[in-house]
Design a binder for this molecule. Structure first.
Ligand code: ADP
Ligand code: MG
Length: 708
């Protein structure tokens, strides 16, 4: 264990235990303002890093200025003039021999005007812009220099000037003073901020935590601003490394704790599994078989499986889940399948019945909309164990469903569930004897492996990286809605060939009722334009039974065109549907568009997708549509999505608190993820006390999640 840093370490208070109110000038109202910046302790203050820096340490020759520079210049006033444009303004021209610069003031008084008389020497700080005739600074900070003082005042500031994120009622100077107090305490040794990561585990080039913090708050002038702004400075990397490490450790501990639980060790797959596999009209792909083998090995262990299966839309995750469920059934246990929407739950119910009923097994299904009687029957079947598999939305678990013997919980389309729900679920299935069910989590949001291992470090990961054979990529085009009529004709032509089509109405997701309204209007219009077609409608405001009816009619081929909202986004599977029109496609994110498009291209016919947009569209939206036109590969699209939106949004963990990073950036710091993984492993094995201290330092309160 490395010693606490500093000579007076024994009397020093750990920085994360020292409340900000112990600092001078921090009363209750200041504490509240600091709280808005998520600053509660002196350590939080130290970890409140500048969002950028200004360089006031050197004087730049005017001749070397470029627009956009934020710099200090020095020059002699050549002359001033008051101009009357739309507004009155004062223009002062200065020169330093290397070039000339105009200072533009909109607010000025005559005293100020007088003080800028020709020959006066000025030092100015501001942002350089290109003016009409020369470069200029608008309202620079400036001061007059005493005549002949150039040499003695040559050094402006000793350090780069940190610019911190501020909040209302707490401006930069006030915040700087508080941070200065904290830094002074740190330098005097009154604050303990020991190095908790043994040097051997740090990537080379990274220094001590204390020095890293000092240099980020007060960077020396030799540090390149560009390196700081990209987050690539070793001091920034040192902090990001430690933060990522702490998160990684908390997830790994969660997983270790999970391993202490007992789960029913399932038998190896027997005759039922073999029968189902023999009856399938297709052979499993190599990737499905490999992932299934991984699951089977886990299920035979006496500790609960915690496995995440990632696989692109349409890769065939459902059958893998069904075969896993059957393994539980063969061991005399039940399986529960959870879906994020009723529509998907309904569809899983149909698929599972189709596969399991011929084997003489009963599948139950539970949603919020069953009649009281049906519900009672389902619950009874689950409780008595006559139903071996139960399918439902998360209502299944929230309600008082009691399983006779639950052996496996399957969560489909995990990206729709938050991390908390996932953690909470683990507890729900605990049996009377204290044993935990196995858990299989499936997601169609494929994220790069290192990122997945960071975000889901508490799970084992399997990837289905192959689509069933015979699938042809969905041909995707983007068309302005000014050409809507052509698109309608395209639907007519496709349906005339016996194909089926989806017409998806999208609006901003928050407004479900508007979206439903749009779908209702579209269906009226399309029925007029395409009287020869049988057109159905499905949206979130319809009753469950109506939705089911529409979906079934479409599945049976009784409807040729299905007008829908994004309720069909996840999981819906109708292989004969081979054309999809998405209205207002520019409003949806990449992941959602990819999911939606995944509803077609499931059969052997060549499928197409028309992304209809309403011009004008933003550059970002144009880029998104371009990505979809060019690629059908979920991994490629996910990578692009990460670039465009950042991991917080993509993983959907922004609000969950699990990955609330203050310093590290999963995108920017990807290169750290692998060494973080290695360091986490070794810390857990060789330095367990350090692990506790790191978690306390970085997660504090939030460490609780680790106890779930
Ligand atoms: P997802 O991974 O998106 O959940 P599904 O499980 O809905 O995909 O499967 C998509 C379609 O592919 C279904 O119609 C399913 O029956 C079919 N399918 C699954 N596995 C195979 C396979 N190995 N060969 C052919 N078709 C398959
Ligand atoms: Mg699915």
């Amino acid at each position: 264990m490395s010693p606490a840093y500093g000579s007076s370490a024994s009397t020093a208070t750990p920085a994360h235990r020292l409340d900000v109110t112990t600092l001078k000038g921090v009363g209750p109202s200041m504490a509240e303002r600091l709280q808005r910046l998520r600053i509660q302790t002196v350590q939080d203050l130290l970890f409140h890093l500048p969002s950028r820096y200004q360089d006031r340490t050197r004087i730049t020759p005017i001749g070397a200025l470029r627009p956009g520079d934020e710099v200090v210049v020095e020059g002699e006033v050549q002359g001033s003039e008051v101009k009357f444009g739309r507004r009155r303004m004062l223009l002062t021209h200065i020169s330093d021999g290397s070039g000339g610069l105009t200072l533009r003031f909109f607010h000025f008084n005559s005293a100020q005007q007088q003080s800028l008389s020709p020959g006066t020497r000025l030092r100015c700080f501001g942002e350089v812009r290109s003016g009409v005739t020369s470069l200029e600074m608008v309202h620079p900070e400036f001061r007059r220099l005493a005549p002949g003082a150039a040499g003695s005042e040559a050094v402006v500031e000793e350090h780069l000037t940190p610019i911190y994120p501020t909040t209302e009622g707490l401006q930069m100077p006030g915040l700087r003073k508080l941070i200065d107090q904290a830094l002074t305490l740190l330098q005097e040794g009154a604050l303990a901020l020991p190095d908790l990561i043994p040097t051997a585990l740090l990537p080379s080039g990274m220094g001590r935590l204390r020095e890293s913090l000092l240099s980020l708050h007060r960077p020396t002038p030799d540090i390149a601003l560009s390196q700081l702004s990209e987050g690539g400075h070793p001091a920034q990397q040192r902090l990001a490394f430690e933060e990522l490490l702490a998160h990684q450790l908390s997830l790994r501990l969660l997983r270790q704790r999970q391993r202490l639980h007992v789960a029913p060790a399932l038998r190896a797959p027997g005759p039922l599994v073999a029968q189902l596999q023999a009856r399938l009209p297709f052979a499993l792909t190599g990737a499905q078989q490999r992932v299934l083998d991984e699951i089977r090995a886990d299920l035979q262990q006496p500790t609960p499986m915690q496995r995440l299966v990632q696989g692109d839309v349409g890769c065939g995750k459902t059958i893998v889940a069904a075969l896993a469920a059957l393994q539980a059934v063969e061991s005399g246990l039940q399986a529960a399948v959870m879906a994020p929407t009723e529509l998907l739950a309904e569809q899983h119910y149909q698929s599972l019945r189709g596969w399991l009923e011929p084997l003489g097994l009963k599948v139950a299904w539970l949603t919020g909309r069953l009649t009281a009687k049906a519900r009672r029957e389902m619950l009874a079947a689950i409780e008595s164990g006559t139903a071996v598999v139960a399918v439902g939305t998360h209502a299944l678990f929230q309600q008082e469903a009691t399983f006779r013997a639950l052996g496996l919980v399957i969560v489909d389309e995990q990206h729709r569930f938050g991390v908390h729900q996932r953690l909470a679920l683990r507890e729900k299935g605990v049996q009377a004897d204290g044993s935990h069910p196995h858990q299989l989590i499936m997601t169609a949001t494929p994220i790069p492996r290192t990122l997945a291992m960071t975000a889901y470090a508490d799970l084992d990961l399997s990837v289905i990286d192959e689509l069933p054979p015979g699938r042809t990529p969905v041909e995707t085009v983007a068309i302005s809605d000014e050409r809507r009529d052509e698109v309608v004709q395209r639907v007519a032509a496709a349906c005339a060939e016996g194909r089926q089509a989806y017409w998806v109405c999208t609006l901003i997701e928050e407004s479900e009722s508007l979206q439903c309204q749009a779908a209702e209007e579209s269906v009226v219009q399309l029925r007029q334009q395409l009287p020869q077609l049988r057109i159905g409608l499905i949206h979130g405001r319809m009753k469950g039974a109506q939705k089911e009816q529409a979906m079934n009619a479409f599945k049976q081929g009784e409807l040729e065109l299905l007008v829908a909202t994004t309720v069909i986004e996840v999981g819906v599977d109708v292989p004969n549907a081979s054309l999809m029109i998405i209205e207002n496609a520019e409003r949806l994110g990449l992941a959602q568009l990819h999911q939606l498009r995944g509803r077609v291209g499931r059969g052997s016919t060549k499928s197409s997708c028309v992304l209809m947009y309403h011009p004008p569209i933003s550059q970002q939206a144009r880029e998104r549509l371009g990505v979809l036109r060019e690629s059908n590969d979920g991994f490629v699209i996910a990578r692009k999505d990460l670039e465009l939106r950042g991991p917080g949004e993509v993983l959907g963990t922004r609000q969950t608190g699990m990955l609330q990073l203050r310093i590290a950036d999963l995108q920017r710091d990807q290169a750290l993820l692998a060494p973080v993984g290695v360091a986490a492993q070794r810390l857990l094995q060789e330095y367990p006390q350090q692990v506790t201290l790191l978690l306390e330092r970085w997660l504090g309160e939030r460490q609780r999640y680790g106890d779930v």
